[in-house]
Design a protein around this ligand. Structure first.
Ligand code: ING
Length: 311
């Protein structure tokens, strides 16, 4: 039984708006500044948002999707992002960075790279749940064309031994689905990193607009509690190219409590000491899956006949 708690000092590096023509190098300078600030606080892991290198370009329709190719990265690190990797290695800080990935085969993913404190790449995660639409919908004040510009990953939610524990990643809409957390919970995850770009206005049901902040924290707090894991949710927020986007980045404990939360809608670092051993307080008791979870029953319910069919 280890006596020294496995404390990991984590920083959520929230970003304010990124303009559509903001040079990649200028954005990287903002990331480097947040990373340097994290270094002054002894942070060991910095989590950046989804698509942290560019404006949220899926808000615009292009007939030829290669019209957005300049928003994608064809290598990571690239010449523009190498300075961030160099800073991180020099400071001994690991980080998660969301970006648009264009593979040599022409595949397009909404990707997050995870880099350890020694500069080695731990993993690349590709977003699984792709929201929005893939056709031109000019009736909307702005569009949400992720399904046009990104493929859904079929790689699932792997976890990784890094940063002294078991860590995993998800991206934006992934955080709204309970399966995201449970898939990693069943693998013993202790800290989940989630970047997001969430417009306040939800065109299919504007009644949800006022609840965006509530829903954001609701799903991450529930995911943390029900799987005994830390969750780090990091926004690109503020009004970006005229679209008001949710900020409210948060670091959430295995209890479901928010232990740190951003107070601005701009570039802001929030920091928390995450005791990874706290996870056992839930994994070994209330949510001891081996003792209390009933997968053989759940599958029977969803597979048996006679379940009430929806209208
Ligand atoms: N963005 C949004 C998200 O899931 C969205 C899409 C917005 C869904 C508002 C529901 C309501 O947070 C991304 N990038 O997935």
């Amino acid at each position: 039984m280890s006596t020294t708690p496995r404390m990991l000092r984590v920083g959520a590096a929230q970003l304010g708006p990124i303009a559509k023509d903001e040079p990649r190098a200028d954005v990287v300078e903002r990331l480097r500044s947040l990373l340097a600030q994290a270094g002054t606080h002894g942070v060991e892991l910095v989590v950046f948002p989804e698509l942290a290198l560019s404006t949220f370009f899926p808000r615009w329709y292009t007939e030829d999707i290669s019209g957005h190719d300049h928003y994608y990265e064809t290598e990571m690190p690239s010449a523009e992002t190498q300075p961030l990797f160099d800073d991180a290695k020099r400071l001994g800080i690991g980080f998660a960075l969301g970006y648009a990935e264009l593979t040599p085969e022409g595949e397009r993913f909404n990707t997050t790279v995870l880099v350890e404190r020694d500069g080695t790449i731990v993993a690349n995660f590709r977003k699984v749940h792709m929201p929005g639409h893939d056709d031109d919908q000019p009736w909307r004040p702005f569009q949400h064309l992720e399904r046009r510009y990104f493929q859904e990953s079929d790689e699932g939610f792997p976890v990784h031994r890094a940063f002294g524990g078991i860590v995993g990643m998800a991206t934006c809409n992934d955080r709204r689905w309970p399966e995201t957390y449970r898939e990693m919970g069943l693998q013993g995850v202790e800290l989940i990193m989630i970047g997001y770009n969430t417009p306040i206005h939800y065109a299919p049901d504007p009644g949800q607009n006022a609840l965006q902040g509530f829903h954001n924290h609701l799903c991450m707090q529930a995911g943390a509690y029900q799987n005994g894991t830390w969750v780090v949710g990091v926004a690109k927020g503020g009004t970006e190219e005229g679209v008001e986007s949710l900020a409210q980045s948060a670091i959430i404990a295995p209890s479901g409590q928010i232990v740190a939360q951003a107070v601005s809608t701009g570039d802001e670092l929030i920091v928390a000491d995450c005791d990874l051993d706290w996870c056992a307080n839930y994994k070994d008791t209330l949510f001891n899956f081996a003792t209390y979870r009933r997968p053989e029953l759940y599958q029977r319910i969803t597979s048996q006949k006679g379940v009430i069919e929806p209208d």
